[in-house]
Each structure stands twice: as structure tokens, then as C-alpha cells.
Ligand binder design. Structure first.
Ligand code: PBG
Length: 331
């Protein structure tokens, strides 16, 4: 009988019963890993469904405390707020992004007061506010980098002043992390963290989100001159290195499951808190299969979230956050 191979070696022994499997598990998913993206809308007393995201709703401000209360009660550490801006408030420059009384600022003040212990993450980019749906301002047919920075820094400062704890720039302009960090510091907001969407790809998987925030119909063209090419991986490391150098406290890779290789590389190279965004299209795919009876909701959800932990993510932004937290808590 030869040692070092079968039949002496049987990896299945460690899978024999549930308690052994628990003991040898290399990674764990906990409620502490979850960030819940929340859509907010103008109006009163409405929770409206997002068609391509079954189970996801936009809440008006009067319903927001109860809506987000679920997350707070479940112990989810943070929510990421996304406003659906009414078309009449959109313009080419995204001016509403700098209004201290805009939807996200009002939401932040409300939530900070209701749930002082809940982390609030604010997306910084112009697409919810521009009538062309791009993340920056357009000059000569091109999304202009440096002109956009000035608008983004104001957006970041007013959000932080309204109670947003973590500024999350999702615009992919060059130099925005440094510009935002400097503007926050100048305003005395030294504790406001920056979670940069460092490696954000020009992806087809954002479709349902654009419907949810109402930028889909507005969007002309694509975002390939600023979001990354899905063919690239080394470039993601460069983007992350730049953002860390400019002061990012945490970095993000987006989308999630199709880009696990990037999460792994970023985590291994930099060893900084690296987050994954399981985006709207990923959620939509799983839910569509669930609704057809083709996948088991709970199992598919937990397996997809565990994959992020295995890849090295510190946490995951996921529309599944409340459902996953409920399961992890035990029902
Ligand atoms: C805005 C932004 C997008 C997402 C998050 N922030 C859309 C985009 O870049 O077009 C997508 C999130 C999702 O699909 O769940 N800059």
C-alpha cells in the first residue's frame, strides 16, 4: 500500500459530516461582509419595483427609514445610496449633484439621525444628474476629465457634510480620488473615507441599475472612454495603485463574479480592503433563473457571495444583502 496517494489519502474524509466541513472551512461569510445598495426616489409614500431586479425597490424619503431599518436591525454595517433624479432636475452639467438639498443629501441627513451606527456610502459620479447619462460633463463630444473633477469634488463635500461617511467615486475620471481627498480635507472632513471604484469596467451588467436610477433612457453612447476594457487585468492593478496613492482608504472591483480574478490579484498585490460589487445584472440573472424555478434562491445567493470571500474580498455590495443577512442570522 503506497502512502501519499489513494487509498491512503481520501480528501472526502474531511467532508464526511457537517461538523468536519464546518471545522475545515477556509472562508466564512458573515453579515459584517455585506453592504446594501439602496435606491431612493422623489415623491411620497411609494416603494416602486425595479422591473429587472425582482425584490428590489426604490423608496421615497418618507418610507426610507422603515426601508433601511431592515438593514440596521439585521446588523448590516453599511448601505450605499443611489438617487433616482427626476428628469426635470437633470441638465448637461449635472448641476443637481451639487445641490446640498438634493435627494441623496436629504436621505443622508434623515438616515444619520435615525441610525447613527449605520455606515452611509455615497456614490459620486454625475450620471444620476446629467441629461445625457454620462458620469462627467461633455466638451466637444468627449467626457471631459478635468472639468468633471471640479463638479465631483463639490458633490463629495456636500454629501459628506450631509452625513455620508464614505465617498465612493464611481465615475472613473483620472485623478478624482486625489481631488476629492484634498477637497474633503480642506473642508475639515478628515474622517470621511474614500472607497474608490478603482477597477470599474465598461460592463453590460449595469443595465438594470440604469433603469433603477432612470439613466438608461438618458444615456447616449457607451462609457468606454472612461470605464475599463473587460480585456484588461494589469491595468486594474495600475488603477488601484494610483487610487491608493491618491488617498483611497478602500478599493472596489466592479462588476463582481465575472471579475473574481481581478479581486484576487488586487487583494494579493496590495493587501488593502478590497470590495466587490455584485452588480444589478448579476442579481437579475440569478433572480430570473430563480423565478423560472431553475436555481434555488438561497443556495445560489450564498454561493455567489461566498465566492467573493474566497477570491479575497473584504466585503460585497449586493442587492441580496438583506436576504443574505436574514439567512445568516438564522431565519
Ligand atoms: C454610476 C454607477 C453605476 C453603477 C453604480 N454606480 C452605473 C454605471 O456606471 O453606468 C452600477 C451598479 C449596478 O449595476 O448595480 N456611475
Amino acid at each position: 500500500m503506497s502512502l501519499g496517494r489513494f487509498p491512503a489519502i481520501r480528501p472526502r474524509r474531511n467532508r464526511y459530516d457537517a461538523w468536519t466541513r464546518r471545522l475545515v472551512a477556509e472562508h466564512r461569510l458573515s453579515i459584517d461582509d455585506l453592504i446594501w445598495p439602496v435606491f431612493i426616489a422623489e415623491g411620497t409614500n411609494r416603494l416602486t419595483d425595479v422591473a429587472a431586479m425582482p425584490g428590489v425597490q426604490r423608496a421615497t424619503l418618507d418610507r426610507l427609514v422603515a426601508h433601511v431599518g431592515q438593514a440596521a436591525e439585521l446588523g448590516i454595517p453599511a448601505v450605499a445610496l443611489f438617487p433616482a433624479t427626476p428628469a426635470e432636475l437633470k441638465d448637461a452639467e449635472g448641476s443637481e449633484s451639487g445641490n446640498p438639498d438634493n435627494l441623496i443629501c436629504r436621505a443622508a441627513r434623515l438616515l444619520k439621525q435615525a441610525f447613527p451606527q449605520l455606515g452611509l456610502i455615497g456614490d459620486v459620479a454625475l450620471d444620476p444628474y446629467t441629461d445625457h447619462g454620462h458620469d462627467g460633463v461633455i466638451r466637444n463630444g468627449y467626457v471631459a476629465n478635468d472639468e468633471t473633477l471640479a463638479v465631483l469634488t463639490r458633490q463629495a463635500v456636500i454629501q459628506a457634510e450631509a452625513g455620508i461617511d464614505v465617498i465612493a467615486p464611481s465615475d472613473m475620471m483620472d485623478g478624482r480620488v486625489g481631488a476629492i481627498r484634498a477637497a474633503l480635507d480642506d473642508a475639515g472632513l478628515i474622517h470621511t473615507r474614500v472607497m474608490s471604484y478603482a477597477a470599474k469596467y465598461a460592463s453590460a451588467f449595469y443595465g438594470p441599475f440604469r433603469e433603477a436610477v432612470g439613466s438608461a433612457r438618458a444615456l447616449t453612447g457607451d462609457k468606454k472612454t472612461y470605464q475599463m476594457d473587460p480585456a484588461n487585468s494589469d491595468e486594474a492593478l495600475r488603477e488601484v495603485a494610483l487610487d491608493l496613492g491618491e488617498g483611497a482608504d478602500m478599493v472596489m472591483v466592479k462588476p463582481g463574479l465575472p471579475y473574481l480574478d481581478i479581486i484576487r490579484r488586487v487583494h494579493e498585490r496590495f493587501g488593502v480592503p478590497t470590495f466587490a460589487y455584485q452588480v444589478s445584472g448579476e442579481y437579475a440573472m440569478i433572480m430570473a433563473a430563480v423565478q423560472n424555478g431553475w436555481l434555488d434562491h438561497d443556495a445560489a445567493m450564498l454561493e455567489s457571495l461566498m465566492a467573493f470571500k474566497r477570491a479575497g474580498a473584504a466585503g460585497v455590495l449586493s442587492y441580496f444583502a438583506p436576504a443574505a443577512a436574514r439567512l445568516l442570522r438564522g431565519g
